[in-house]
Design a protein around this ligand. Structure first.
Ligand SMILES: C[S@@+](CC[C@H](N)C(=O)[O-])C[C@H]1O[C@@H](n2cnc3c(N)ncnc32)[C@H](O)[C@@H]1O
Length: 295
């Protein structure tokens, strides 16, 4: 019997993920950029949702450990201090969900929120929603850096978009076409990841063309930052290897890749980098899309 090809594991599949993520966050300016967007621009966007309702329904898709969710929740509360929040989180990783719950449990500040923890993928959540005949409409939904792992990003966007209430907003954050992550993922995808996560090289440009084709209205904001990839050029360097896992979206990339593929990835990384003060800094640009509810 022909054997099914073994899927290539992403770093998210393992207990090593928090360490991989931490190394990445320590080496890039992305978190700072996202936080600045959430504090300076998002509040204005959130002010128009809800139509003065006393309860706002929110869904976080692919929330991870909830660091970004917590920042958004805080801004939502500041904008709508009298509203209670009904917050559904959709996250397939038990480990990540546990971390998110721990953060919430340790912080009495979140007593204005009722959390529902859905340990599910986007498609399992859609099934669950339809099976239970849930009819509630949602005021704010976010999908931050998670569409790379979804089997059918267009279907996922269409489903969550259809849940929005009048004046509701869907926020998507994803890497730009020129971002080093997208460029290396394109190289890796053809050779290692095809079976497992076909969207790993997805960029915001692809999502914009899908939305444009459907005539969906959205606003776009660019978040420009860099990631320090100097250690990736020292083979076997612990930090460098973890960074490579994160950038290629393949767990233990160097062990799985042929020497040629590794060399190709390093060339691409060099091409989308500049040298600054002796460090190699790769382009890490991302975009935020804010999509309005359907009329
Ligand atoms: C790069 S992390 C982003 C986490 C968080 N949104 C952030 O920005 O910090 C991607 C997250 O998507 C989750 N994920 C992977 N496949 C998913 C799917 N099909 N549906 C929902 N979430 C998924 C992963 O478990 C992981 O927590």
């Amino acid at each position: 019997m022909a054997s099914t090809p073994r899927p290539t594991p992403t770093p998210y599949d393992t207990d090593k993920y928090p360490k991989t993520l931490k190394v990445f966050l320590d080496h890039c300016g992305q978190r700072r950029c996202k936080s600045a967007f959430i504090q300076d621009i998002l509040p204005n966007i959130l002010s128009s949702i809800g139509n003065g309702k006393s309860q706002l329904n929110v869904i976080g898709v692919g929330s991870g450990a909830g660091d970004v969710d917590v920042e958004m929740l805080t801004q939502l509360h500041l904008k709508h201090p009298w509203a209670r929040l009904d917050y559904e989180t959709v996250e397939p990783s038990r480990h990540q969900l546990r971390k998110f719950r721990e953060t919430v449990n340790q912080n009495s500040h979140f007593d204005f929120v009722k959390f529902t923890w859905n340990e599910m993928t986007d498609t399992e959540f859609e099934e669950h929603w339809k099976q239970k005949n849930i009819t509630k409409k949602v005021d704010f939904i976010h999908m931050v850096e998670m569409l790379y792992y979804v089997k059918d990003p267009e279907a996922a966007i269409n489903f969550f978009h259809s849940l929005l209430d009048k004046n509701g907003k869907l926020l998507i954050i994803l890497a730009d076409e020129v971002c080093s992550q997208v460029r290396v993922s394109k190289v890796v995808q053809g050779q290692l990841c095809q079976e497992y996560h076909p969207s790993s090289a997805l960029s915001i440009e692809v999502i914009k063309s899908l939305l444009d084709a459907r005539g969906v209205v959205y606003e776009s904001y660019q978040l420009l930052s860099t990631v320090d990839i100097t250690d990736c050029f020292t083979e076997g360097h612990e930090t460098g290897e973890l960074l490579l896992d994160f950038l290629t979206k393949v767990q233990d990339f160097s062990k799985r890749a042929s020497p040629e593929l590794r060399r190709e990835v390093m060339t691409v990384l060099r091409d989308c980098s500049v040298e600054k003060d002796g460090r190699v800094m790769a382009n890490d640009s991302h975009s935020v899309l804010i999509i309005n509810a359907l009329d």
